[in-house]
Design a protein around this ligand. Structure first.
Ligand code: IPM
Ligand code: MN
Length: 362
């Protein structure tokens, strides 16, 4: 029997309660589909920072390297630790494990309300590939004369040919695999850029995109400046198939994408190391909502979606599809609704409903 070791990092705020739902769904999937799941939980968080002065131990990456995959709850609690300090933990894992693809599916399940009038299950089916290890997030820069009237801050984006190419290429591969346009062309990859203003980094990014595109004559090319892209996401979501974006642009457009899919409670992401040299990490993309800690009111669907993506990455494709169809059945039935959906059902009630739907269709 296949067996997987999963590292759990619940993190801060509501992280613990959503991680319980992740485990509940993982266990059910293993039980139904015949694999074993062993989890270890790590208390790496702002509370740990307050106790010992670090979010995670110095050998955290060595520890995590032993696992098949990582589930991350949510990080950050600005009342305890400054966000730019606590969130380094997330960025350190993404960079340290060369998780250079941030996979962010934007899909609207039937039965879910969205604030965007153009969004429907038929129009919203986008896959954003966000470069996840460099670009604007390269942590290069410095402060000079800080605290004086002459203070200076520099934050330098670093775009490498290799870094851009591998993320963009992954996008083209995904478009082929999705086959959303269903023939010739098989799919469309939109280049999210800003080369009209960023005359080095984004001009370079465009060059890489054009270079990669020549290897995929079956995939339609497309481009949108990031500002215009936010407009088009709202106006014509059905146009989009795969979108490739730099680290910061991908971050921004996927929060807008979350609204297309009904809110932050539905949006998940995978930090993927495609070569599998290192474990990949899956997470809901929402924050830690400290004010709701322990209240069990947040929507765990983003978490369950993250588990679905993890199962797919682990090769448990049937189990992943089963989780997806159970989410669809639960949301489609519309009986269980968390606070963000205008209901009063609790986090664990939504998690249990998804598991019940899995068991009912096992
Ligand atoms: C995300 C988050 C992170 C990011 C923050 C918390 C550092 O917004 O995963 O989208 O910017 O990548
Ligand atoms: Mn974000």
């Amino acid at each position: 029997m296949a067996s997987y070791r999963i590292a759990l990092i619940p993190g801060d705020g509501v992280g613990a309660e959503i991680t319980e739902e992740a485990v509940r769904v993982l266990d059910a999937a293993g039980d139904i589909h015949g694999f074993e799941v062993a989890t270890d939980s790590f208390d790496w968080s702002c509370d740990r920072y307050l106790d010992v002065g670090a979010m995670m131990p110095g050998d955290a990456l060595e520890t995590l390297a032993e696992f098949d995959s990582i589930f991350l709850g949510c990080i950050g609690d600005a009342a305890k630790v400054a966000d730019d300090v606590s969130l380094q933990m997330l960025l350190t894992i993404r960079k340290g494990f060369d998780q250079y693809v941030n996979l962010r599916p934007i899909k609207l399940y039937p039965g879910v309300a969205t604030p965007i009038a153009t969004a429907s299950p038929e129009t919203v089916d986008i896959l954003v590939i966000r470069e996840n290890t460099e670009g604007e997030y390269s942590s290069n820069g410095g402060f000079f004369k800080r605290g004086t009237p002459d203070a200076v801050a520099l934050q330098t984006g670093v775009f490498t040919w290799k870094g851009c190419e591998r993320a963009i290429r992954y996008g083209f591969e995904m478009a082929r695999k999705r086959n959303k346009l269903g023939g010739s062309p098989a799919g469309r990859v939109t280049n999210c850029t800003k080369s009209n203003a960023l005359n080095y980094s984004m001009v370079f990014w465009d060059e890489v995109y054009d270079h990669v595109a020549t290897d995929y004559p079956d995939i339609e090319t497309d481009m949108a400046l990031v500002d215009a892209l936010t407009m088009w996401f709202v106006k014509n979501p059905e146009w989009f198939d795969v979108v490739v974006a730099s680290n910061l642009f991908g971050d921004i457009i996927t929060d807008l994408g979350a609204m297309l899919q009904g809110g932050m409670g539905f949006a998940a992401g995978g930090n993927v190391n495609p070569e599998r040299t290192f474990p990949s990490m899956f997470e809901p993309i929402h924050g830690s909502a400290p004010k709701y800690t322990g209240k069990r009111v947040v929507n765990p669907i983003a978490t369950v979606e993250a588990v679905r993506m993890m199962l797919e990455h682990l090769g448990e494709v049937e189990a992943a599809e089963h989780v997806g169809s159970a989410i669809a059945a639960t949301l489609g039935a519309g009986e269980v609704r968390t606070k963000d959906m205008g209901g009063s059902d609790r986090t664990h009630e939504m998690g249990a409903a998804v598991v019940a739907a899995m068991r009912a269709s096992a």
